[in-house]
Design a protein around this ligand. Structure first.
Ligand code: 3PG
Length: 307
């Protein structure tokens, strides 16, 4: 029987991505349903009622949504982080959850470097800034995005470091990146720290005063990961104590108003999560998502299953 695939995205994919997904869906004899920019949960609950597969971005998929999705077999998060999906509940509902790792990494990495240049040049306000060349940049985690950041930063002539207990030292060092032995060493060494850890129970609020206060003069924290990994109390304390500290982030912290009131020129926040918001990343992640769905139904392929 024909499968129904729902794309449910509050923040829509680029049109080119939807077109490519649609082409694969039609070729397969499946049916595509599109729910974009929905404002109320009720719209999502109704749309999921009879679909077999669901493609989302940062859209929240919890037990209420899973309860409503009676035929659902698979959810693919078109992107890397799947902290928006209740994995335990999905498993209880017999629903397979996948992500599409690596597909949007370059877009996120380009944003990280873009924000670094912007803040190093005083938000292009006309006053002399500084260059990235020769500065020490530490990748906090060296997964797909960390690796891309390193590659681009190398072109800027930055001195590269990384800490990632899950990746072999040889893998990191073969990219010309120095592997440090502890997270503390990374923060003590690098003026620029780029965050690439996921948000989970272990990492939430883990970027705290103890780490941030280690950063050398001219410290800039670059967050294209999740706002939840930052301890905002610590962030405010560092802003207050050190007038050299800067913070750039893809989406603003909850304490953004306090920062904006007091620390002009030392921060930049995107208005909404924009790291993966490029046509290329949308096409890559969207096509990967539908391909994984087809392979799951037609071949039982569960590569990239996360639950
Ligand atoms: C990811 O985890 O892949 C990124 O944060 C992108 O999220 P988005 O698809 O909501 O832009």
């Amino acid at each position: 029987m024909s499968k129904k695939v729902l794309i449910a995205t509050v923040k829509p994919f680029a049109k080119a991505a939807v077109k490519k997904i649609e082409k694969i869906v039609i070729e397969q004899g499946y049916e595509l349903i599109l729910l974009e920019k929905y404002e109320h949960l009720s719209e999502l609950l109704k749309a999921v009622e009879d679909v077999d597969a669901l493609i989302v971005r940062s859209d929240k998929i919890d037990s209420e949504v899973l309860d409503a999705a009676k035929n659902l077999k698979i959810v693919v998060r078109a992107g890397a982080g799947y902290d928006n999906i209740d994995l335990k509940s999905a498993t209880e509902h017999g629903v397979t959850v996948m992500n599409t790792p690596g597909q949007n990494s370059n877009a996120v990495a380009e944003l990280a470097l873009g924000m670094m240049v912007y803040i190093a040049r005083n938000c292009f306000n006309g006053k002399p800034g500084c260059e990235l060349k020769g500065k020490k940049l530490g990748m906090h985690a060296y997964g797909n995005v960390g690796k891309c950041v390193a590659k681009i930063a190398m072109g800027f002539g930055m001195d590269l470091f990384a800490f990632d207990p899950f990746i072999d030292r040889e893998v990191i060092e073969k990219d010309g990146v120095k592997c440090v032995g502890s997270v503390e060493e990374l923060y003590s060494t690098c003026q620029y720290i780029s965050l690439h850890i996921p948000a989970n129970d272990k990492t939430k609020e883990s970027i705290n005063y103890k780490l941030l206060s280690r950063m050398p003069e001219g410290a800039t924290l670059v967050n294209t990961a999740r706002k939840e990994i930052i301890c905002e109390e610590s962030l405010m304390k560092i802003f207050e104590e050190r007038d050299d500290f800067k913070y750039v982030s893809d989406v603003a912290p909850d304490c953004k108003d306090k920062i904006k009131d007091k620390y002009e020129g030392r921060y930049f926040f995107t208005p909404k999560k924009m790291g993966a918001q490029t046509a290329e990343a949308n096409v890559n992640a969207g096509v990967a998502a539908i391909t994984q769905i087809v392979n799951f139904f037609e071949k039982g392929d569960t590569t990239f299953k996360v639950n």
